[in-house]
Every structure is written in C-alpha cells, then in structure tokens.
Design a protein around this ligand. Structure first.
Ligand SMILES: Nc1nc2c(ncn2[C@@H]2O[C@@H]3COP(=O)(O)O[C@H]4[C@@H](O)[C@H](n5cnc6c(=O)[nH]c(N)nc65)O[C@@H]4COP(=O)(O)O[C@H]3[C@H]2O)c(=O)[nH]1
Length: 836
C-alpha cells in the first residue's frame, strides 16, 4: 500500500516509475535511480515504444523544452519533432524496433521547443521496460551551439576554399623551404596538376616551369628572408600547354600567429590576352593615327553626336585642332549649309542604326569647302546596343572638282566657256515648261557670223579663236542673267531669251545683240567689223518643243543668210515650206541622173562692139516628170549641200563638150562653151582629170571650153586652187569669175589667179541705171578688171539702155535676155547658124 502510494506520489512528482519489485515495494535502487533521473542535468525521458507516448520526463527535459511534466505525459515523441523529421523518425523507430538493451546512438535530430524554437539534439537510447510498457530511455544532448559552430567553421572553410578557387588568378603558398603548402585550382591547372592537393610538398623544380625554378627561388628567398613583398612584376613563364605566357607576379611574406614569417603567398595573373589586346589596341591606335583618312568617333549625348575621338588626319583635313572638336557635335562641319541630300541620308542611317556612305559638303576652319565622302558605322556593345559611331572622312574634293570639270566640259564649250548644245537643250526644255505654266513667250535665236570662214582662213585660226571668244563675251554682256547664250560649234551661237515681267521681248532686244556683235573689234593687229545673221523662232507660236524651235530658228537663219546676211529673220510658215521643198528636191535629185532627167540650155554671149555671138553658157535644166522643168536656182544649192553636184557637174562637163563638138562637126560657128563649176566640184581632187576626160571623150579642143568659177572657189586653200587653175590654163582652157561683186575678193587679191574673164553679177547690172552707186561699182569693176587685163562680161542685160551704158563704160561682152534667153540645144544651134 505504502509502495503504491509512493509510486503514485512519484508519478505526480514526475519521478520515474521503473516498475515494482516482485514483492510490491519500490526497490531502493529505483528510488535512487529516480533521483538520478529526475536531477540529471541532461534532458531524459522514457517513451512507450508502441504508443510513442512519453512515460516519464526529467526536470532538465521540462526546462529545456519548456513543457510541464503533465504536458509531456500527454504528448508523443513525434510532437517534439518538426514535420519534416517524422519520416526519418519512423525509419529510425523501425530500425530500432528490436529489444536491444545496449545504448544506441541515433545521431543528431532536430527537436522543437514548446515555443517552436528548433534545437539540434544528439540522441542516444536503450530499451527498457517501464511499468510493464515496452519503452526506451532516451538521453538528449543539446548540440545546437556546437552544431552551429561546426557549421560556421565548415562554411568559413568552404568559403575560403571556394574564394581561393574561384579567384581568376593563380594563388599558392609555400613554407620557408620554398615547398608548396597549398594552391588554388587555377594554379593547379596552370601547373598541369589534376588536384590542388597534388602540389603539397612539391617545389618549383618539380613543376613544368622547372627551367625557371632557380630564378623564382631566388626571388622567393628574398621575400621570405627580408619580408619585403615583390609586387606587380611581369614575368614570362611556361604554361600548361608548353607555350610561354605572360604573368603579373606578386609575392608576399606569410606570417604565423606569433608574427614570424612562416612562408610566402604568391599570386600569378595571366595577362597574356590582356597584353595581346593592349598590343592590338596600340596597333589600332597607331593605325588610326597614321590613317590618311580622317576618323572620328562619336557618342550620343543629349541627342547630339558628340565627338569623343578624332585622329590627326581629321585635324589636317578640317584645319581644326583635335582639342577644339572633342566634345562638339559634328554638325559644325556643315556650317550653315544644312540643306544637303547627304545629311538626310545620314540622319536616316543614324536613326535606323545602319552603316552608310554619304557625300557631304563640309567646311574647314578657314571656311573653305571640302567634299567629304563619309562612311559611318555603328559600334555595338555586348548587348547589341549602339554605343558609338565611327565615321571615316574621305576628302574627295579633288575628285569632285575633277568631276565638276568633266561635267563642265561636257556641258560647256571649251573655247568660249559658254554652255554647249547639250546644256542649252536642257535649259530650253526647262524654260519651255516654265513658259507653258505661266503662259510666257520665249525666243530661240540662232546666230551665225558672216564670213567668219574667210577671216579664219586669211587671218589664221588664232585670230579666229579670239574673235569667237570676243563675240561670246559680247553676247553674254548683251543678255540678261536669266537669258542663255550657247555656242553650237563653228561660228554658230544660239540664244535663249526669256520673257520677263517688265521686260518683254521685242525686235529691239535682238537688235541690241546684232549691234553688240557688229561693233568694231581689234584683234591683235587687225581691226575687224563683223556682221552676223540671226534666225528667230518664238515659243509657242513657232513651236512648242525644243527641237521644233531649234529647227525653225535654223531655217530662219538660212533665210537671213540667203537674204544677203547681216540681218535678222523671224521664222515664218512659208520658210518651212521652203524646207519641205528642199527635202522634196533632195529626194528626187537622188535619181535624176540615172533617170536621164537632166538637159542643157544654152545662152549666148555677145560681143559689145561687133554684136556677134562669141560664146555660149551651158545652163543646167532638170526635167522632172512631176515637178516639171526645175530651175537650177531650186536644186543647185541642194545638190551642193548633198555633194551630188560632183557627179552632176561631171555630166554637165561631158555633155557640154559633146554638144560643142557636135555643133562644130555640124559646121556651125565654133564658139567656146562656158560651163558653171561649183566650189565643191572644183575642190574635188579628180576635177582636173574629169575636165581632161570630158575633152578627150568629145574631142573638143580645150580653147573651146570655158569654166565659170564663183568667188567662193578662191576663198579656201588658195595655193591648191591656183595650182589647179594653172593646170587648166596650161591645157588652154579659159577661166572666168562668175557673179563677180557678190563675194569678197578684192581685185588686188584676184591678181594671183590666172583668170581671163570677170562676169559682173546681174544684180549690179539690173540696178545700175537707177542707182548711181551701183553704176559706179559697175564702172570701177570694168576699169579695174581691164587694168588687170581681164575681159569683162556683164550678165543679165535686159535693155538696150543697159547695153548702151555698158558699151560706153568699155564692157567687152554681154549676156542676157536682151540677146537671148537660155535656149535648148536646137535653138542654140539656130543662133550659132545665124552667126555664120
Ligand atoms: N533675170 C535675168 N536672168 C538672166 C538673164 N540672162 C541670164 N539670166 C539667168 O542668169 C543665170 C546665169 O547663170 P549664172 O549666173 O551662172 O547662175 C546660174 C549658175 O550659178 C547655176 N547653174 C546653172 N547651171 C549650172 C551648172 O551646170 N552647174 C553649176 N554648178 N551651176 C549651174 O544656176 C544659176 C542660175 O541659172 P539659171 O536659172 O539658168 O539662170 C541663169 C540665166 O537664166 C537676164 O537678162 N535677166
């Protein structure tokens, strides 16, 4: 009873109830044990192996865990464990399920105090039977603090190890014998070792850089002996691949806890790539500096492209000192010249981060222009973002100047510097579209210098050239800035006159130009008075396109020249008709010879004194099936222009000779036949031979052939002409100058030519009786002609009064309607027959 009471009391006190003695009284030993259990400073408890319920806990357990004994006795050993340890607990319980009596350690566990604080507890236990329960007595040693220290120590060691290992540099440490005590992973790798531990106990002689070992040892020795560190020294060492690598070496003394040097710590930084990169940078920098192209690097700052670098070539090209431009926006290079196509392209490239090449007008510090072919390229960072722009400036001023020169040459006349035909056409086309929009007029004036060829041939090309230059300058000066004067080539100029508000176009405008050209000019030793002929076509009346205005002005010019030069002609529709007719004639003329459409008429020449027929002039006629009998006035000039006159002339020569011979053979009076020879025909190389052939073929004696040449024949290649004339003269052929007075040969000039007759042009004869100066000209031609021993023939004599006057003035022969019109061969034969 007493024992039962005591057990109950003990239970109430939380004392262990270890079972009863077989006699029912609590054994003394248990009581002692109970005290020991209860008072033990280490937490202890007994739990039921089947229910896991606490059966007894000691005071230290209550203190440590914060539960009362009662609370413990209502709990299981699961309740003092965090959830995540439950599985481990079950596994442990299963493993210790046997009735091992021996104490068992089951390691360190996490328990929870009543307030939830986790603690690390080392558990050891052994099986007991407690009050009939299968139970375990548990000793719980709180190792939380110890664990924390160990963990911290472990972590610190780990940290230190990983710190050293993650360092990009090689780290090693040696003892006083200069043997390696440790190193990091990088060092081990560089030394060709698999693990840092392998270095321990080794010296440099055992490692791959053994050749440099002695030198390294000497350095190390200084550090450990003197305590002086060796800092930032560059060295070349053998790398794991056997290649030489560049290192930055640091060596420091290592001190022990007592402050004595116990070894040394070394670091090696592999700077091979850095040095290579530096070398590359140095070379690139040098290349930038030495580049002939200016190079600029910019960076965007506040939406401005600010220069951060410019090379010396930039300073040379731009004239700016580098210090002046760094920090500046590149815009200053364009000054105020902002409206440039290149700038728009540049802006676009900058906005879209594209490379681009543009041409810009830039200005040097001194304000002079230079053409810049700029290539820009973005510089990207590792993330692909544009950080800078590189600009390569190429000074293409010379190229541009050359291009401009070429362009100028292709659009301007080299001699006068005036626009040429191409540029004129451009301007004309532009002016037409402007005039069309504003309903304005514009005038196209083709201008041709009269007798320029004569001046050029007689005074030389140098005089001719300066004459053209002077005319060019005068024309330019006579025109307004808005007008254009261009040189078409030779002595032909073309003007484009614009109708301007307050300055309308009038004949007076063109008259001013005419006067500007004809003002006397002195070229070297020569005083010249020049005249010109002009043809005008007016937009829109005479044409709405450049080419029609061109063509019509040209037609008008022809008319001006035809009309006796030194005049101005406005284009008319009728002129176009003439051109149309020329085209028609030209077409038909092609077939005239082969179709045998030519024939000759003859006009007698009569001696003024005797009244006898002293010669016949052969005059060409063209009998065309559609055009009828075509006058030579209509077709000779066309034949001359097309060159067809050569073969036609040859036909005339042959036919005239044959006819003259036929008349002679028919017993008619043998008189010379005069044949007209055009300048172009005469210049033909085979002309003299053709004459010989015609005489031979007909059998006509040369003295019965006369050749009528115009003054123009004598204006070119004078020596060649004289030589040909002399040959003809030697053959016995007579030569005459036709239409004398209309050309520009002076009588003095004529002296050089072997001529027999001068034929006074009919225009003088026609007017001489009504026009005293005309009569004076006729008189002087006769007088001067005679003084040079020429015979004088007057052409176009129609009236007895004219004949009387001419006779009185001593004219030798006449030709004209007064005697006879040109007549066909049969009628001519009659005239000759009547002479007999
Ligand atoms: N008003 C007027 N006219 C008169 C009178 N007497 C003669 N005529 C015309 O005056 C022209 C004289 O010939 P030309 O001065 O050599 O002028 C010639 C000559 O330069 C050229 N021509 C004619 N035949 C030939 C030829 O075979 N070869 C070359 N190259 N030219 C030719 O054509 C020109 C014109 O020839 P045609 O029409 O035959 O015109 C002829 C003749 O019909 C007159 O009293 N009054």
């Amino acid at each position: 009873m007493k024992g039962q009471y005591r057990a109950a009391a003990n239970r109430r006190k939380g004392l262990p109830v270890l079972g009863r003695s077989p006699h029912g009284a609590p054994p003394r030993m248990l009581t002692r044990f109970g005290d020991l259990f209860q008072d033990h400073p280490q937490p202890m408890w007994i739990y039921d192996v089947d229910t896991l319920r606490f059966l007894r806990v000691n005071a230290a357990a209550c203190r440590h865990y914060g539960y009362t004994t009662d609370e413990f006795l209502h709990m299981t050993i699961r309740d003092i464990r965090p959830r995540d340890e439950h599985a481990r607990l079950e596994a442990d319980l299963a493993a210790t399920a046997g009735e091992q009596k021996a104490p068992q350690s089951s390691g360190v566990w996490t328990h929870l105090k009543r307030d939830g604080t986790p603690i690390a507890v080392r558990i050891s236990s052994h099986a007991v039977t407690y009050l009939g329960h299968r139970a375990r007595l548990v000793f719980a040693l709180d190792v939380t603090a110890q664990e924390a220290t160990e963990r911290a120590l472990y972590r610190s060691e780990q940290l230190y190890r990983s710190l050293i290992d993650t360092m990009p540099h090689q780290v090693y440490w040696k003892d006083l014998d200069l043997q390696y005590v440790g190193c990091n992973r990088v060092f081990a790798e560089a030394a060709g070792l698999d693990d840092p531990q392998e270095v321990v106990g080794k010296s440099d002689e055992n490692l791959i850089w053994r050749r440099q070992a002695q030198r390294m040892a000497a350095e190390d020795r200084i550090v450990v002996d003197t305590g002086h560190p060796l800092l930032d020294r560059e060295d070349t060492l053998t790398g794991p691949d056997g290649k030489q690598r560049r290192y930055l070496v640091n060596k420091l003394p290592l001190y022990g806890p007592e402050g004595a040097i116990i070894g040394m710590l070394g670091t090696l930084e592999d700077i091979t790539s850095r040095r290579k990169a530096e070398e590359t940078l140095r070379l690139q920098g040098r290349a930038l500096d030495a580049s002939v192209n200016a190079i600029v690097i910019t960076r965007q700052v506040n939406r401005q492209d600010v220069i951060v670098y410019a090379n010396p070539a930039f300073a040379r090209i731009s004239g700016y000192e580098l210090a002046e431009v760094v920090g500046q926006d590149c815009r200053f290079l364009q000054a105020d010249d902002r409206d440039q196509e290149g700038l728009y392209l540049l802006r676009d490239a900058l906005q879209t981060n594209r490379e681009a090449t543009v041409v810009l007008r830039n200005y040097r510090k001194d304000g002079t222009l230079f053409w810049n072919q700029l290539h820009i390229a973005p510089v990207l960072d590792a993330g692909g973002k544009v950080t800078h722009w590189v600009g390569v400036i190429n000074d293409i001023t010379d190229t541009m100047r050359y291009q401009q020169d070429l362009e100028h040459q292709s659009t301007h006349d080299a001699l006068t510097g005036l626009p040429n035909r191409n540029l004129f056409r451009d301007r004309l086309d532009q002016a037409i579209s402007y005039a069309a929009r504003y309903r304005n007029q514009l005038w196209v004036v083709v201008l041709d210098l009269d007798n320029f060829k004569l001046i050029n041939d007689t005074l030389g090309h140098a005089v001719g050239d300066s004459l053209l230059q002077t005319v060019g300058e005068r024309l330019r000066a006579a025109l307004r800035d808005s007008d254009t004067v261009a040189r078409l080539g030779g002595d032909e100029f073309i003007l484009l006159l614009l109708d301007q508000p307050g300055g309308g176009l009038s004949q007076r405008t063109v008259q001013t130009i005419l006067e500007a050209v004809s003002a006397p000019m002195r070229l070297g030793a020569h005083d010249l008075a020049l005249t010109c002929s002009m043809g005008v076509a007016v937009y829109p009346r005479d044409g709405e396109t450049g080419s029609s205005l061109f063509k019509h002005a040209d037609i008008a010019l022809y008319r001006a020249k035809d009309g006796g030069r030194n005049q101005l002609q406005f284009y008319t529709e009728e002129m176009n008709d003439r051109v149309t007719e020329r085209t028609l004639i030209e077409g038909h003329l092609r077939h005239a010879l082969v179709r045998n459409e030519f024939l000759l008429y003859f006009q007698p020449r009569v001696d003024c004194v005797s009244g006898e027929v002293v010669g016949l002039e052969a005059l060409l006629r063209w009998q065309h099936p559609e055009l009828g009998l075509v006058s030579p006035v209509r077709f000779i000039s066309v034949a001359e222009e097309t060159g067809r006159i050569v073969e036609i002339g040859e036909w005339v020569l042959k036919t005239a000779c044959l006819q003259a011979m036929a008349w002679q053979q028919a017993g008619l009076a043998p008189v010379p036949v005069a044949v007209n020879v055009s300048a172009r025909q005469f210049r033909h190389a085979a002309f003299v031979q053709e004459v010989k052939d015609a005489l031979e073929a007909s059998g006509l004696e040369p003295r019965y052939l006369e050749l009528e040449l115009t003054e123009s024949v004598m204006m070119h290649n004078v020596d060649v002409v004289i030589a040909a004339m002399s040959q003809l003269k030697e053959m016995g052929i007579c030569l005459s100058i036709d239409d004398f007075g209309t050309g520009y040969s002076s009588l003095n000039y004529l002296r050089r030519f072997p001529i027999d007759y001068l034929k006074i042009d009919q225009s003088f004869v026609r007017d001489m009786l009504d026009d005293p100066p005309g009569a004076a000209i006729v008189r002087s031609i006769i007088a001067l002609g005679h003084s040079l021993a020429f015979r004088i023939i007057a052409e176009g004599v129609e009236t007895p009064e004219q004949l009387a006057y001419l006779k009185e003035e001593g004219c030798d022969e006449i030709q004209g309607y007064l005697c006879s019109r040109p007549v066909p061969e049969k009628e001519a034969a009659v005239l000759l027959g009547s002479e007999r």
